[in-house]
Write a protein that binds this ligand. Structure first.
Ligand SMILES: *[C@@H]1O[C@H](CO)[C@@H](O)[C@H](O)[C@H]1NC(C)=O
Ligand SMILES: *[C@@H]1O[C@H](CO)[C@@H](O)[C@H](O)[C@H]1NC(C)=O
Length: 306
């Protein structure tokens, strides 16, 4: 009699606890767990996404995996078979893990493990895992001007688009790494450069003679590193003779053109006699190439015909 009462009280206590906590006893729930919700893998290596079943009472639960990319879900494990993007590239491992044999960059996505256990009171649970596949950088594209004039500004560029996560860039001058801040090294303390490690830009405010030499850039992320071949940048002194010749050439051409115009004009006046004005202007720029004076690419290439 007493035993029965005690049992009743205990049952009641359990029930009150159950109501107050809003909990279903875990022995009647399917509960999933994972070792990592955010998983990083290297491209072309194996990776396992874990879906551990912490508690379950159903014998043959239904296991499904979905891949969610850009908000669009698709099956990768369905009706006890690997399907979709992972077909022939993965397998299911006890209890509900998925093993990708050879991860590729297109596997970067969210994956959802879903387990339905009909004999459990709480008969469904799911777990979301995000997978990011690291990709090694490829050889970056670098641009280094062949020749710049002392005192001008110039920019060297380096760009790599494959690596994931996005690589960080480093520049080397005559095989020595340029510190991000020139002041950080006595060797480069007189240089006026600045580096943006995120964009790969190496900018010189005012190029100095010492900045001449071979440059290459390196793109690096957690998956690897790649660099472009070295390219030589020459630094010239201001070309005073060149500037003089250019100005002189321009003056000479101006006089030639003026003379030709006057000459033609006078002849035109003689020929006029009742005709319409038919001046025949000579082309004005023939014989002079004023050169390319882009910043940092100053080059002397005047060629004038007198
Ligand atoms: C993974 O796939 C890549 C390209 O599809 C292939 O080159 C590589 O050999 C594979 N690696 C392994 C370990 O199977
Ligand atoms: C930097 O410039 C100063 C002053 O012009 C000079 O004394 C020094 O030797 C230079 N340093 C280097 C590393 O060229």
């Amino acid at each position: 009699m007493r035993g029965g009462k005690m049992a009743m009280v205990r049952l009641l206590a359990c029930f009150v606890l159950y109501i107050s906590l809003g909990h279903i006893p875990s022995s009647l729930s399917v509960i999933l767990r994972t070792t990592d919700k955010i998983v990083w893998a290297n491209e072309f290596e194996a990776i396992e996404l874990t879906c551990l079943i912490e508690s379950i009472s159903t014998n043959n639960p239904r296991i499904e995996w979905k891949k969610i990319k850009n908000g669009v879900p698709s099956y990768v494990y369905f009706q006890s078979k690997i399907a979709g993007d992972l077909e022939h590239r993965a397998q299911l491992r006890e209890p509900a893990n998925i093993l990708i044999f050879n991860a590729t960059r297109s596997d970067t996505a969210e994956y959802r493990c879903e387990v339905a256990a009909i004999d459990d009171q709480k008969d469904f649970d799911e777990i979301l895992i995000s997978l990011a596949v690291r990709v090694k950088p490829v050889v970056p594209r670098c641009s280094v001007p062949d020749a710049v004039t002392v005192g001008t500004s110039t920019e060297l560029r380096c760009l790599e688009n494959e690596g994931f996560p996005a690589p960080q860039y480093r520049w080397y001058h005559n095989n020595e790494e340029l510190p991000h801040e020139p002041k950080a090294s006595p060797r480069f303390t007189n240089s006026s450069y600045s580096i943006n490690p995120d964009t790969g830009s190496l900018k010189f405010q005012r190029v100095k003679k010492d900045d001449a030499g071979e440059y290459y850039c390196q793109a690096k992320n957690d998956a690897g590193v790649a660099q472009c071949p070295g390219m030589v940048m020459e630094v010239y002194d201001v070309d005073i003779l060149g500037i003089f010749l250019k100005s002189f050439g321009a003056v000479v051409v101006f006089f030639c053109v003026s003379f030709t115009i006057c000459h033609t004009c006078r002849r035109g006046c003689f020929n006029k006699k009742g005709h319409e004005n038919s001046y025949n202007w000579p082309p004005q720029n023939n014989g002079t190439d004023y050169g390319d004076t882009d910043e940092g690419h100053f080059r002397h290439k005047s060629s004038f015909i007198i």
